[in-house]
Structure formats: C-alpha cells, structure tokens
Design a protein around this ligand. Structure first.
Ligand SMILES: N[C@@H](CCC(=O)N[C@@H](CS)C(=O)NCC(=O)O)C(=O)O
Length: 121
C-alpha cells in the first residue's frame, strides 16, 4: 500500500488531495511539521532533506510534493494523465505556485471549484 509521510497542515495536503482523487488505498504516516521532529535517522533515510511530504511506494521513495503528484498521475487509475497536454497543464500549476501557503490554499479551493479533480495536479 502507498505510504505518505507528512501532516495535512503542510504541503502534504496537495498529495492527500491527489491520493483522495485517485481512490487508491494509502496510509498517512502522520509526522510533525517541526524541523527538529523530522531529523530522526529513519526519516532522514527516506528524505535526506528532512522535509514533508514523502511518498513510499514499495521500493520507490519520492519527495517534493509535486513530483509525488505527477508520479501519482502517471499510475493507472482515474487520475492517469500520461499525455503531454495534461502533464503540461499540471506543470503550469506547479510553476504558478507561490510560497504563501494560506493564499495558495484559498486559490486551490477556488481552482477546485472551477476545474474539478484536474486542479489537484
Ligand atoms: N518543495 C517541497 C517543500 C517541502 C517543505 O518545505 N515542507 C515543509 C512543510 S510545508 C517542511 O517539511 N517543513 C519542515 C522544515 O522546514 O524543517 C515540497 O513541495 O514538497
């Protein structure tokens, strides 16, 4: 089963959204958002940057929330989007990103209302 390490009060949120859209079973391994709490040897082995989120899919360990989402989008299932056009639109969303989390969250809610599940990419 897919395992997502993170906390919903962080960028983990966008991966949780994506996972919910895929309908794939997953386990959220809830971590702290505090820098000091992400320094355990076990977690650093998964993500040497000591950041969340991190996705574990068998042998594959991925970090960077949008890399995770684009990975999920290329797996078979309802969110499968292997076409250049779809992935291009998804990357547009990535480059539109801004550091202000609260503002980003509000924009995502609005995007979701306008675009539906595709906005999760
Ligand atoms: N670009 C990364 C950013 C990851 C990141 O900075 N995550 C924050 C939470 S939103 C974190 O792990 N903070 C803990 C810290 O900075 O020590 C992504 O999108 O996954």
């Amino acid at each position: 089963m897919l395992k997502l390490y993170g906390n919903p009060r962080s960028r983990t949120e966008r991966c949780l959204w994506m996972l919910e859209e895929t309908g794939e079973p997953y386990e959220l391994v809830r971590t702290s958002v505090r820098t000091e709490d992400l320094q355990s040897a076990a977690y650093l082995q998964l993500n040497p940057n000591a950041r969340i989120p991190t996705l574990v899919d068998g042998e594959i360990v991925l970090w960077e929330s949008m890399a995770i989402n684009l990975y999920l989008a290329q797996r078979p299932g309802p969110m499968h989007s292997g076409s250049a056009a779809t992935l291009g639109l998804a990357r547009r969303g990535r480059f539109y990103d801004r550091p202000n989390h609260a503002g980003l969250h509000r924009r995502r809610i609005r995007s979701r209302e306008r675009l539906g599940p595709a906005a999760a990419l």
